[in-house]
Design a protein around this ligand. Structure first.
Ligand code: GLU
Length: 320
């Protein structure tokens, strides 16, 4: 069955999700990274981008916040683009861990593999895979260029956030060295850790992340610049990674409840991808106990319910 959605319906649904969720209380800013603890907890925005480049934004969608773990998606794409999807599967994996994002136990359980580029271990491993090997500045340029291609505009490093994370990332440092012990890092451990920490500290807006999500929904073509950011055959694999582990140990619950492949970050952003239809980003800093934004989750659930969308449904949509 094919159902037609109009731009007006989608716009109204975004506004409705914003209005319906803006007074939701609860949650706490990420407290283990000092910079994030001090971000205004009242910020809230939703931005949605269609494959033709039309964008719907409500609330604080041009506020620059820390991308945090949403950055794991672009760098997974970069590693797949440079080394091939099969190499990422073999060297990192594509499995859910069922455990928190920074779990060391998951590395031990998964027979020494980082599991997926969308948890901390796999994301540090993905940074280690990025080319040119051994060249920190060259790798950083590749990470930035890739993110810029996905979003259609540049991210900006939040220096204070970077310093704040670098001073407190003891658990990520243990992960990097444990992976090194298992020969699951493919470049210098400290360099890989630093690249990961820096990419998490990039400042982006909800509008930029909605465009990046729409680039994935549009099979790798950026809907604003119209330029190809990555090969079309990687897009379903990226959506598969997001579906499997985008909400860490709650990924199954999230997919079951919403039918929206999504990826969260402790900065308060969640991106969602409906292939062929749209990319969306909701942002609000207070998080639940697993590190997922309370209001952004509610807003995306609201949106999917209003539009009666579900990536697993046999109803196919197009947009008039
Ligand atoms: N930089 C954060 C960390 O490594 C990101 C975690 C997240 O956003 O889930 O702990």
């Amino acid at each position: 069955m094919i159902t037609r959605l109009t731009y007006e319906q989608i716009s109204a649904a975004v506004q409705d999700a914003y209005d319906g969720c803006k007074s939701i209380k609860g949650g706490q800013n990420a407290h283990y990274i000092p910079y994030l603890a001090n971000v205004n907890p009242g910020l809230f925005g939703i931005s949605l981008c269609l494959p033709d480049g039309r964008t719907i934004s409500v609330g604080d969608t041009v506020y620059r916040f820390g991308i945090e773990s949403v950055s794991k998606v672009p760098t997974a794409i970069l590693a797949m683009q440079q080394a091939g999807a099969q190499a990422v599967l073999e060297d990192i994996g594509a499995d859910a861990t069922g455990l928190p994002f920074d779990s060391i136990f998951a590395i031990l359980l998964e027979n020494d593999r980082p599991s997926t580029p969308l948890v901390n271990a796999g994301a540090i491993a993905a940074c280690s895979m990025v080319q040119p090997k051994g060249n920190a500045e060259g790798k950083w340029a590749a990470i930035l260029n890739n993110m810029t291609a996905l979003m259609g505009s540049e991210p900006v490093l939040i220096d204070e956030l970077y310093r704040s994370e670098a001073a407190t990332n003891f658990s990520n440092r243990s992960i990097a060295w444990l992976l090194r012990e298992y020969n699951r890092l493919y470049d210098d451990p400290e360099m890989s850790l630093d690249l990961y920490t820096r990419q998490c500290s990039l400042g982006v807006t909800a509008e930029q992340l909605a465009i990046a999500a729409a680039t994935i929904a549009d099979d790798g073509v950026n809907p604003i610049t119209k330029k190809r950011a990555f090969s079309a055959e990687l897009a379903p694999k990226v959506v598969a990674l997001m579906s499997a582990v985008g909400f860490y140990e709650h990924s199954g619950d999230w997919l079951y409840a919403t039918g929206l492949p999504a990826k969260t970050g402790v900065g308060g952003a969640i991106i969602g991808v409906m292939p062929g239809l749209f990319g969306v980003c909701a942002f609000a800093p207070p998080l639940d106990e697993s590190g997922n934004s309370v209001k952004a989750q509610a807003a995306l659930k609201h949106l999917m319910k209003t539009l009666q969308l579900n990536v697993f449904s046999n109803t196919h949509f197009d947009i008039a």
